[in-house]
Design a protein around this ligand. Sequence first.
Ligand SMILES: NC(=O)c1ccc[n+]([C@@H]2O[C@H](COP(=O)([O-])OP(=O)(O)OC[C@H]3O[C@@H](n4cnc5c(N)ncnc54)[C@H](OP(=O)(O)O)[C@@H]3O)[C@@H](O)[C@H]2O)c1
Ligand SMILES: [Zn+2]
Length: 338
Amino acid sequence: MRAAAFTDLIGPDGVDVIELDRPDPGPGEAVVDVEACSINHHDLWILEGASAMVDPTDLPFVSGLDVAGVVRAVGEGVTGVEAGDRVLLCPNETCGTCQFCREGPENLCASYSLYHGGLAEAARVAADRLVPLPDGVDATTAAALPTAYLTAYHMLRRAAVEPGDRLFVPGATGGVGVAAIQLADLRGVRTIGTSSSASKLDAVADLGADHTVQGTDPDALREAVDDIGTPDAVINHLGGDYTGLGLDVMRRGGRMVVCGRTAGPTSEIDIANLFRGHKRVIGSTMGTQTDLERLVDLVAAGDLDPLIDRTFPLSETGAAFERMADRETLGKLVVTME
Ligand SMILES: NC(=O)c1ccc[n+]([C@@H]2O[C@H](COP(=O)([O-])OP(=O)(O)OC[C@H]3O[C@@H](n4cnc5c(N)ncnc54)[C@H](OP(=O)(O)O)[C@@H]3O)[C@@H](O)[C@H]2O)c1
Ligand SMILES: [Zn+2]
């Protein structure tokens, strides 16, 4: 089978289509014929050599978390899933025995890790991580959900936003950002989104953002948000200077949920602002399989339509990563099998 593997951790030029043996399912596993796999900034970090999860000794490395397709075969002991089922993978890898696996939420598992391997024609996965796909949800749409929408969904819950609240989403044009805008809009939450690109923001406004602000300078953004109104909460997937900005603009008692570091791995914050304002900064990673099932239900019911920027055939996976690295993406990029 073909796989779009990372053969060098140098950015998009390090992706090559290689031949690998088709996997067989072991006990408790399934092999899925992949129809679509979306890519995330997480994969790009790996490809750029900026992730602690993968180093040059792991090459060639097949990344790709967000797998949708059809089950080809299941291994010993698998129940509830069979060959021919249309499925979406929840990429959570958990121990199944720690306190968080027993009592929830599973994404706090002490040994939490992520599935990788979807950028290939077939993927060997844990069968109990497969979510059934209803007929009305196509593989490309489904593949957009697991990482970006699941993360945004969980972050919104942690932000405890209520209908009518105001939410600030710096970087509202990528995977997590667009997902946060759409899911907040569904809950009746008013949103303020930012981007460096005016044209991308026009599209985000069409998706339901109540206010958009173009720019990247924290001082200018602070002023613009102050003019619009005080956010109750912030969804922060950018880190860097955006953490201090989020803390500055949100109301007393506000919540900022952080899941990423695209704009920088460290942030300086005004400690007095934090404690005098009774503000909360909350870390968050991914979500639960039950959350993913709810997202699939929302799509099936016609309430959520994930924004797909473009699809790329497997052979052009490198070009998809180039588009992400160049900040041209609006929503999700999905790799499909020819
Ligand atoms: N912890 C978790 O579970 C989890 C899950 C998913 C994602 N993440 C993290 O969340 C982040 C977003 O992931 P994603 O897949 O949504 O990425 P993405 O699609 O590449 O995000 C693109 C967004 O980031 C903005 N952006 C890109 N580079 C920037 C920079 N240098 N400064 C300011 N804004 C910048 C873009 O703004 P423009 O429109 O201006 O280009 C756009 O709004 C990543 O850091 C990722 O690792 C974490
Ligand atoms: Zn566990």
